[in-house]
Design a protein around this ligand. Structure first.
Ligand code: 5AD
Ligand code: SF4
Length: 446
């Protein structure tokens, strides 16, 4: 045991947030203690992202501080984890001379050994980037949320969208066995968790790489049904889904399996077939619209969110307007909108026809305005109805307000009923919706 202290900063997506929970779990099992202040840490860790240039720029900004802290106390360790470390493995130690340790998303379990290696030999560096499936078993995890948990059902991605670094940094799709997942969820429920979010880069192709049994397209739906049988589990979410693998069986599961929440995150990326093809997405605009139609038909109250990339190389004005009309037709509840950024090593990095920054920004403004309109219209249509809310705690705005989420994943701030059980984190309670903005609801406990 030791009483050394670490400070961890996370960049990027939910998958990275969950990886950070495991980095914490592995470190704390090894006797390390978390601290909020980097100045008082013996180990500074950065869990990095390289999906877009903006995340890399934020990281590089923070590394200036790490260099200063290393100079101040040379025995302090600096470590880079995650996708940026993996994708730049051959050059990071040259570019960042103050770095001691680097490892990829598949090497979290090796962290204690890497720390030992640099601690026992001054001036040395340690790294691990190899894909070693035998090491990617269940790792201890330190959750930051008591009632909600992420559960990784698969790692990697085998889609090779032409703009994306994920397949090259996280490797091919690999699904965990159902039994392992179910055991993990049961243990989480025993520990007080009421909501799990199943994580995978392409979660609805879960099981396509597993042997035996049912047809691939039923496997994820059947996993959802098995989770429904776990007593005490109240909500199951899953992300991210790929339109190319969204099967009717999954749509039926959202409709029929009680524990599955009425929300899907279904990245479309573009509404133009020409762009979709160049992105190597494997579906057309028409196919996507059909999926949306089948989701609304099966589950009329479903919330649908998406990811859209603006300014993919060669995106003409007419392509962009096809994205606009698609977004209007889909009535999205929200969208993450990204300016295209070229990533080294991806197929799209070689494409010509880069879009000028001014054009990108104008298109982004128009699209964000439209999404706000559809999201507001959908949220306003909920005013007067009552929703089941999972309480997260006191509202950040104070004033005796509480905060929680609906099954459709909308944030709601609400006042407590004067009688009955007071709201407490982890409680499910009905809330009457009184007003709405494009991003939040407001109401009172019923
Ligand atoms: N440029 C811009 N956005 C990207 N994304 C992934 N790669 C890039 C890129 N090179 C977006 C996609 C994906 C989300 C996680 O990030 O929309 O769905
Ligand atoms: Fe990247 Fe496409 Fe895989 Fe998503 S599905 S992680 S965008 S390659």
């Amino acid at each position: 045991m030791n009483s050394r202290r670490y400070h961890l900063t996370t960049f990027g997506c939910q998958m990275n947030e969950h990886d950070s929970e495991r980095i914490r779990g592995v470190l704390e099992e090894d006797g390390w203690q978390p601290v909020d202040d980097p100045e008082s840490a013996d180990l500074l860790l950065f869990n990095t992202c390289s999906v877009r240039e903006s995340a890399e720029n934020r990281l590089l900004g923070r590394l200036g501080e790490a260099r200063r802290l290393k100079n101040e106390r040379p025995d302090r360790l600096i470590a880079l984890a995650g996708c940026f470390a993996q994708s730049r493995q051959s050059e990071i130690f040259d570019q960042l001379p103050f770095l001691d340790i680097a490892f990829g998303p598949r090497n979290i379990g090796e962290l204690p050994e890497l720390i030992d290696a640099v601690s026992t030999s001054t001036g040395s560096r340690a790294y691990s980037f190899d894909d070693n499936p035998s090491l990617s078993g269940a790792l201890p995890s330190r959750r930051l949320d008591r009632h909600r948990a992420w559960v990784q059902v698969m790692t990697g991605c085998t889609n090779f969208c032409s703009y994306c670094v994920v397949p090259s940094v996280r490797g091919p799709e690999r699904s965990r066995k159902e039994l392992n997942i179910i055991d993990e969820v049961k243990a989480l429920v025993d520990d007080g968790v009421v909501e799990v979010t199943l994580l995978g880069q392409n979660v609805n192709s879960y099981g396509l790489d597993l042997e035996g049994g049912m047809a691939g397209d039923r496997r994820f739906a059947s996993l959802l049904a098995e989770l429904d049988a776990i007593e005490g589990l109240q909500r199951v979410r899953f992300t991210t889904s790929h339109p190319k693998d969204l099967s009717p069986a999954l749509v039926e599961a959202i409709r029929d399996v009680p524990v599955v929440c009425e929300h899907i995150h279904l990245p479309v990326q573009s509404g133009s077939n020409r762009v979709l093809e160049r992105m190597n997405r494997g579906y057309t605009r028409e196919h996507y619209l059909k999926l949306i139609d089948s989701l609304y038909t099966a589950v009329p109250e479903i919330a649908i969110t998406t990811d859209i990339i603006i300014g993919f190389p060669g995106e003409k004005e007419e392509d962009f307007y096809r994205t606009m009309t698609l977004a209007g037709e889909c009535r999205f509840d929200g969208a993450f909108t990204f300016l295209y950024s070229a990533r080294t090593g991806t197929e799209a990095a070689a494409l010509t026809g880069l879009i000028p920054p001014g054009t990108m920004k104008r298109r982004m403004g128009e699209l964000v305005g439209l999404i706000q309109q559809t999201a507001l219209a959908k949220n306003e249509s909920l005013v007067g109805t009552t929703a089941e809310v999972l309480v997260e705690g006191a509202s950040r705005h104070g004033g005796g307000q509480w905060r929680g989420r609906t099954r459709t994943n909308k944030i709601i701030n609400f006042s407590a009923a004067e009688t009955g059980e007071p709201p407490a984190a982890g409680l499910l309670t009905p809330v009457q919706i009184d007003s709405a903005t494009s991003t939040t609801l407001r109401g009172r406990q019923d």
